[in-house]
Ligand binder design. Sequence first.
Ligand code: ACO
Length: 400
Amino acid sequence: SIDISTLTRQTGFTTLDYGFVNTSATKSAITFIDGDQGILRYRGYPIEQLAKNSTYLEVAWLLLYGELPTADQLAEFDDKIRHHTLLHEDLKRFFSSLPHTAHPMSVLSSATAALSTYYEHQSDPANPEHVELNTIRLLAKLPVIAAYAHKKSIGQAFLYPDNSLSFVDNFLKLNFGVLSEPYEINPVMSRALERLLILHEDHEQNASTSTVRLVGSTGANQFSSISAGINALYGPLHGGANEAVLDMLARIQESGESVQRFVERVKNKEDGVKLMGFGHRVYKNYDPRAKLVKESADEILSELGVHDPLLDLAQELEQVALEDDYFKERRLYPNVDFYTGVIYKAMGFPTRMFTVLFAIGRLPGWLAHWTEMQGDPQTKIGRPQQLYVGAGKRDYPGAV
Ligand code: ACO
């Protein structure tokens, strides 16, 4: 391998790589992807095995600390998280200053940045106790903020967390429970959400994780770095695609346009229209997460007793696209976002909450990468080069 820093200093050599298609910014021991084979592993464990057998918190521990936790370690981790779910009452008032039309992703990123203001005295990235505490705080409080963003958007009262419940059940109750009415846990929904969250927990150097690392490389604390990651995830080419897929399916359904005609418009790049939920920078084969989500979609919808014609439409769209040369030549397959929205919708989440659910899923990965970076002696502030193509030196009128 070439030591690029030395080469750059000695020769002025730089690479121009729009979109970092061929630039590794770090070494990492967290997640392995083979995009040609469609393989994804967290700390060596295949995603298929984790999604089937593990829990969100167990996988979070695995990502953060490198090994599966013992039963005692997991119980202690779970317990600590349950005891940090409350938000400061002042922070709850922060939500009332925002319009009810605010997108829940904007609410989530702003409230996460605002969390920092409560813990600045305990947010030194070089202090392992602070890092540990804020890891717990973020894992405990972000789902509560996410649920309040949801409640705010539908004009319902916020519920206090119910710490007798598991992480996922508590999250479901915060979203769907109604003040002073009992909330009945639906185990099918719980398990389905747990599985979806696990599938999203990490995906190595994607745009939001790279953002978390870049911001963290400046010495910024976890709250500021994660808030930046949430903003990066919001875009429709990244996590925002799950919302965009549902909007696309609904538009096709409402307009009565045939799937074939829509695909033709995509291929002709009419008005820049894309098949949302298709294509990936790394996967040039079926995204293994999409495979698992697709398998679950039919099963979960039937267990929840929901028939959604949008699932039929998505399946038809996939079939037409996969048989088409445009998609074959470019090796475009469904990504994780293609089928998740149909499931979230069946659970009762509004479309605008879909990317927020992605963010809750991805949080352990962001934290694991932020922590890995802090502990890596090779870490430097992230600072890309540019090739300057602007004007040469010229004088301000009257300056000479
Ligand atoms: N629909 C139609 N054409 C597409 C699509 C798509 N979804 N994705 C890529 N292409 C085409 C491009 O137009 C390009 O065609 P060309 O060679 O004729 O110009 C070719 O395939 C290569 O695509 P790039 O844009 O160069 O691929 P890149 O790796 O830069 O982009 C991305 C990857 C952003 C995911 C892209 O596939 C896309 O926009 N997909 C739709 C949005 C989406 O689903 N995003 C979620 C990604 S997964 C995630 O973040 C969780």
